[in-house]
Structure formats: structure tokens, C-alpha cells
Design a protein around this ligand. Structure first.
Ligand code: FE2
Ligand code: FE2
Length: 404
């Protein structure tokens, strides 16, 4: 059973093999605080044990029995690693990371397409009810999201997946690639249905400096690991990959996406653009899982490889991303709309950023930041009884296994 306060804490399907014992865990997050993915994070190993790299020559020779039969040694769960593993990448089980398989199973309970959503009222709202300022917000949010989800798809599919050395991690990421493309379809569906100028909307990230600034940061940080020749046994390369994945899961997905839908949810709360908002709620569910998974993988890398993100580099990343988000918010909400302001947006970014840092046991980047949009977590949790938006969320889940 999926619980959005703790996505994978309950109803865990049992993997066919018992995984090796995990380190002692501690509960991070508070289900009552609205922390949307308060999964359990393994406690810091004490002390963290460096894991020696295994060169191919270190791999034990085949047993006599295996040699005599012409086969090779079986894969053991403990041979797997997130990166730099030497176990056969083509063998799913035994699992070392059963939680990754659970993410995959849970993701597959959630199927929808944009064509399921009725946009008729949105067409009327956009052309007859939204103010100029609200249309500015709506179209620029879409402009930012269209580009960002393409980048997300390419990053997971082309840069991250290939560096994973355990198939149970790659399988969830393969599902993630599909979901990112589904998200892009959603934005295109909205743009087409509303009759917006596609050339104009899709090019805005290039011509609007405040949108471009965020995209440039993402391009730089994600492109730095989109190379097939990276040797993650090199500590500098490993650190760069870790930083890039933390940026991707913790900020790009965990803050910028998570917080990026909220201006349109503010319209939804006033009964406007409900079809669009319903689709964004579905996307937000996916993104919560993506961010949660990515941070867990990053945490696992930190433990297995005995590496920590450099505090100075983290500080620079937080500051750079905060400044870009602030510029974006000031452009998006140069004229506030009812119930939402640039200050709300930036404060919420800081508040969520602290949450993401907590998931990695890193120092909070913005101490004291307060939850400026307490209703936003409601969107992420999207419980069955939540019907004040009068949307079709109860029909989102297909298949069994989900209780609201
Ligand atoms: Fe996405
Ligand atoms: Fe995503």
C-alpha cells in the first residue's frame, strides 16, 4: 500500500531473495509535517568504511564446478554496487537494493495519459476568465516545464542510467524516462488544446533571460556527466557525478519541479484551469518519487564510495539555484496574482531545499525558512478524500494495492 507521506514504508513486496542486512536506519521526516517523502534514510555508517575498488583481475576465479560445466559463478547481492560494481548487470536478482524494485512496482500502479483529462473548461477559463497577469503566469510555467522535462528525460536516460551498475536501479530509471516523456506530452497537450503558439511557447526558455538562467544552470550541471568516458573510480569524476545527481534529484526535480507547479495550483484553488492542474498533480506524484529515489541513490553512493559532497560546492549550488529561482519568480509574478506572490514562491523554494538537504543528512541551506505554501503538500499527497478541487484524482490509480 502506497503512503505518500512515506512512499515505500508500507506494504513492501518481498523480493525473492533476502537482501544483505542494511545499516541501522533512523526515521527522517515527520508524517504529520507534510514531508511528502519521509522515507527512511540509513544512519551514517560509523565509521564509514571505504569500499575497495575491484579491478577485473581481482574477481575470484571460477569455481571448479562452474569451470567444469562451462559456466560462471553466480551473482551475489553483496557484489552489487550503485556505481563501479563488477556484478553481472544483466541479472536482476538477488537484489541488493530491494527498495529500488519497490519504486518500480509502485510507479507501475500509476498509469494515465493526458487524453484522459477533460480540458474543455480550461479552454474557456484561459480565454475568458484569466487575467492578463494570470495568462502570463500560466504560459511561462508551461514554457519552463516543457524544456525541463526534456532535460530530465535525457539526463536519466543518457547520463545516469548508464553509470548504474545494479539492474534494479536501472529498471526504475527506465520507468522514469517514460514518465518524463509522458510529462512532456502533457504540456504539449495543454499547449495544443488551448491553441497557444507553439513556436513562441517552446522558444521562451531561449529568449526570456529569467527562464534561460535556470536552464543554463541545469545544462551545465547535467551535461558535465553526459559522457560515456567518465571513470567513476576517479574521485574527482565521482564527486562531480554525485554533485550532478544531487542537483538533479534534490533541486531540479526536488525543488524546481516540486515548487514549479504551485502557481497553477494557486489558480486551481480558485476553480481555474482545473484540467491542467489535475495533470500537474499526476506529474507531481511522479516527481516526488523521482526526487525521493534519486536522493536515496545519492545517499547510497555516499555510503558505498565513502564520499561526501564538498560543503563549499554545495553552498555554491544552493546559492546559485536560489538566485536563479528568485529571478524566475520575479519575472513570473512581476504582477502578483490572487493568492500567490514571488515572495511565496522563493520562500517555499528555501523551505523545500532544507527538506532535500535533510534527506542527505547535509546542513540545511536556508535555516529558519518557513513553509510559505502549506497547501502545496496537499497536492503532493493527493488523498482520495481530497475533493475540494472537484477533480478526478480518485480515478488516477489503476490496479490494486493503493489505499488512500
Ligand atoms: Fe518530469
Ligand atoms: Fe522527474
Amino acid at each position: 500500500m502506497l503512503n505518500w507521506d512515506d512512499p515505500l514504508a508500507e506494504g513492501k513486496p518481498q523480493p525473492p531473495q533476502t537482501p544483505p542486512p542494511e545499516p541501522k536506519v533512523e526515521h527522517k521526516g515527520d508524517a504529520t509535517s507534510g514531508d511528502e517523502f519521509a522515507y527512511e534514510i540509513p544512519a551514517e555508517p560509523t565509521p564509514a568504511e571505504p569500499i575497495a575498488m575491484r579491478a577485473p583481475s581481482d574477481i575470484p576465479e571460477q569455481t571448479n564446478a562452474a569451470q567444469m560445466s562451462g559456466g560462471v559463478n553466480p551473482v551475489k547481492a553483496e557484489d552489487k554496487k550503485v556505481v563501479n560494481g563488477m556484478a553481472d548487470i544483466n541479472q536482476l536478482a538477488p537484489f541488493k537494493y530491494p527498495w529500488a524494485w519497490e519504486y518500480f512496482l509502485n510507479a507501475n500502479k500509476n498509469h494515465w495519459t493526458p487524453l484522459d483529462i477533460n480540458m474543455a473548461q480550461d479552454v474557456h477559463d484561459f480565454h475568458h476568465k484569466l487575467t492578463l497577469e494570470e495568462r502570463h503566469v500560466y504560459t511561462n510555467v508551461l514554457s519552463y516545464l516543457t524544456t525541463s522535462d526534456i532535460m530530465a528525460m535525457r539526463n536519466i536516460g543518457l547520463a545516469v542510467m548508464e553509470k548504474m551498475s545494479a539492474p534494479e536501479l536501472q529498471i526504475y530509471q527506465a520507468r522514469q524516462v517514460y514518465e518524463e516523456s509522458l510529462h512532456t506530452w502533457t504540456y504539449q497537450h495543454c499547449i495544443e488544446t488551448l491553441g497557444l503558439d507553439q513556436g513562441e511557447v517552446y522558444n521562451r526558455y531561449r529568449v526570456v533571460p529569467e527562464i534561460n538562467a535556470k536552464i543554463q544552470i541545469a545544462n551545465r550541471r547535467l551535461n558535465s556527466v553526459m559522457r560515456p568516458d567518465i571513470d567513476l573510480n576517479d574521485r574527482d569524476e565521482l564527486h562531480n557525478f554525485l554533485m550532478s545527481y544531487i542537483f538533479f534529484a534534490g533541486i531540479f526535480e526536488g525543488c524546481w519541479f516540486y515548487n514549479g507547479f504551485s502557481p497553477i495550483f494557486a489558480l486551481q484553488r480558485r476553480g481555474l484551469m482545473k484540467g491542467t492542474a489535475e495533470q500537474l498533480q499526476y506529474i507531481m506524484r511522479d516527481e516526488v518519487m523521482h526526487a525521493s529515489f534519486g536522493l536515496r541513490v545519492a545517499r547510497q553512493i555516499m555510503r558505498e564510495e565513502n564520499i561526501q559532497p564538498d560543503p563549499k560546492a554545495m553552498r555554491e549550488m544552493w546559492d546559485e539555484c536560489e538566485a536563479a529561482e528568485e529571478g524566475y519568480a520575479r519575472y513570473l509574478l512581476r504582477d502578483p496574482i490572487l493568492g500567490y506572490s514571488a515572495e511565496d514562491h522563493v520562500n517555499q523554494f528555501r523551505f523545500i531545499a532544507n527538506r532535500r538537504a535533510n534527506k542527505l543528512s547535509l546542513e540545511e541551506p536556508f535555516p529558519g525558512a518557513e513553509n510559505a505554501l502549506p497547501w502545496l503538500d496537499e497536492q503532493a499527497n493527493m488523498r482520495k478524500e481530497k475533493n475540494f478541487f472537484e477533480t478526478r484524482v480518485t480515478e488516477y490509480q489503476v490496479g490494486g494495492g493503493l489505499t488512500w
